[in-house]
Ligand binder design. Structure first.
Ligand code: NAP
Ligand code: ZN
Ligand code: ZN
Length: 333
């Protein structure tokens, strides 16, 4: 018995190419699932020209389970994100931070033959998450990477309800970060290029909003304890250091090339921390889904068809800044 299904790959020209992937009979805790939907993350844009299957915010339905599966059964709604496997025995795995396992299998580095832009996939049960009943697929998909990334930055590093949280960039990650931080009880301050997202940011839970394009100095902003940077490029750090509270933490989440250049004395003199952070280990990913389900935190989505044309259109829209706030691709039922 083999499994053949459609995946969508990047290519040198940036065109999306349909291909067939085939997997052998299920072994261990492998699960064969049908993909219902996938979010389109900013990171997918970085791989658009790579010869690999794209997509890492998948949701779907279990079709078959391998011999060692114990948790999932046919018909279960599940999702998965950036990490697909880890060694399970190193110190990082043992302490529950398998996202930093030296043998981690992550999007862009492993499993290039399949992704969430696909009709189906074969993934390990251990890295699949049950979708809460009260989260529809269109909401659950963007949580698998975008939601997990911002929730992790807030939750793993012990955000307090008394913290003022700054969110830089209101895209897929940013608009979820506003909602998570607001529901954690924090005062949420948003920094965005222009005023165009102001009303939506406030509706999602921001108490203050600052447009930053062309701005050289942020005046009269009360100090911020944690700054989550979710822009698709690194911001001007000179703009943000002066608004940080002493002892505050900056979480640079953008995937960007080049070095991290930050005003040196500004960092020292205020005792700031810069905390790198990626998606969430599984225990935090699970908490994120439960928190989102409980508080009904949902992305605002734009819908596209899971096809070569649909993926290209969604990617073009995202690159041109025309997605409000997360593109979701759907397979035909
Ligand atoms: N660390 C991780 O584990 C992780 C996980 C997922 C994604 N990421 C990265 O996080 C970033 C955001 O992802 P996303 O999916 O939220 O992307 P997105 O939806 O495109 O949002 C990015 C936002 O950045 C702002 N922006 C757009 N172009 C910009 C530019 N040239 N310079 C500065 N800001 C710009 C816009 O916000 P405004 O209009 O409000 O200014 C835009 O909505 C990407 O770099 C992605 O690769 C990292
Ligand atoms: Zn490990
Ligand atoms: Zn992502």
């Amino acid at each position: 018995m083999t499994y053949s299904y459609t995946v969508y790959k990047g290519s040198e020209s940036g065109a999306i190419k349909k291909a067939t992937n085939t997997k052998p009979e299920l072994t261990g805790d492998q699960v064969f699932l049908r993909v219902t939907a996938s979010g389109l993350c900013g990171t997918d844009i970085h791989y658009r020209k790579a010869d690999m299957a794209l997509g890492h915010e998948g949701v779907g339905i279990v079709e078959e389970t391998g011999p060692a599966c114990t948790l999932l059964k046919k018909g279960d709604r599940v999702g998965w994100g950036y990490e697909h496997d880890s060694c399970a025995h190193c110190e990082q795995c043992l302490k529950g931070t398998e996202t930093y396992c030296a043998e981690r299998k992550m999007y862009g580095y492993a499993d290039a033959d399949q992704g969430s832009f696909a009709t189906h996939g074969v993934w390990r049960e251990a890295f699949l998450f049950k979708t809460p009943d009260n989260l529809p697929d269109e909401a659950a998909a963007p949580l698998q990477c975008g939601g997990a990334t911002v929730f992790n930055a807030l939750h793993m590093y012990n955000t307090q309800p008394t913290d003022r949280i700054g969110i830089v960039g209101v895209g897929g990650l940013g608009h979820l970060a506003i909602q998570f931080a607001a529901k954690m009880g924090c005062d949420v301050v948003v920094f965005s290029g222009t005023d165009s997202k102001k009303d939506e940011a406030k509706r999602l839970g921001a108490s203050e909003f600052y447009a930053t394009k062309g701005v050289k100095e942020l005046k009269d902003v009360k100090p911020i304890n944690r700054l989550l940077v979710t822009t698709s490029a690194q911001p001007d750090w000179n703009l943000y250091l002066p608004v940080m509270a002493p002892g505050g933490t900056i979480f640079p989440l953008s995937v960007a090339e080049g070095d991290f250049a930050i005003p040196y004395m500004g960092l020292l003199a205020q005792g700031l921390t810069v905390q790198g952070s990626i998606v969430a280990p599984r225990f935090i990913h699970k908490r994120m889904l439960e928190f989102a389900a409980h508080h009904q935190i949902k992305p605002i989505t734009q819908h596209y068809e899971m096809s070569e044309e649909g993926i290209e259109k969604a990617m073009n829209d995202l690159e041109e800044g025309n997605v409000r706030y997360r593109a979701v691709l759907f397979n035909k039922a």
